[in-house]
Write a protein that binds this ligand. Structure first.
Ligand code: ZN
Length: 130
């Protein structure tokens, strides 16, 4: 049986881990070292809600070669239940089902494979509810 190799990935990618500024409360995803709102450098870890609605989206019709199996790719900005907006791919969807206001939920998916050695990179995506 072939040995599966995994790229190291960070917690923010597999459970929507964000950083909340202790000074002003702004939530950053992906995390930053310095808050862009107040300049604060002290953060606490928060886990973002896994459900939200499509705030806006675009359809990427000519993605890079390594993503060719997935095209065309809907890429959305999702407004999560706590109001934080994050960008992500919409997976397993027919293009006509991707609409503003559509409820979606977080999934953890394979992003791409690299070459014959089978390096696999994972990240979050969103899937339409239903
Ligand atoms: Zn701040």
């Amino acid at each position: 049986m072939p040995v599966q190799r995994f790229r190291p990935y960070t917690a923010q990618r597999y459970r929507l881990e964000a950083k909340k500024c202790k000074k002003c409360g702004k939530i950053h995803f992906p995390p930053r070292l310095v808050c862009d709102k107040c300049g604060g450098r002290d953060f606490e870890t928060v886990i973002l809600p896994e459900r939200g609605k499509i705030f806006t989206y675009t359809i990427v019709r000519l993605p890079a070669d390594e993503f060719k199996y997935y095209k065309p790719i809907p890429v959305a900005i999702v407004a999560l239940e706590n109001g934080v907006k994050i960008m992500g791919q919409i997976t397993d969807a027919d293009i006509q089902d991707v609409k503003i206001g559509q409820p979606v939920h977080f999934v953890f998916r394979k992003m791409r494979e690299e070459g014959k050695r089978g390096l696999i990179q994972y990240s979050y995506k969103f899937k339409i509810d239903g």
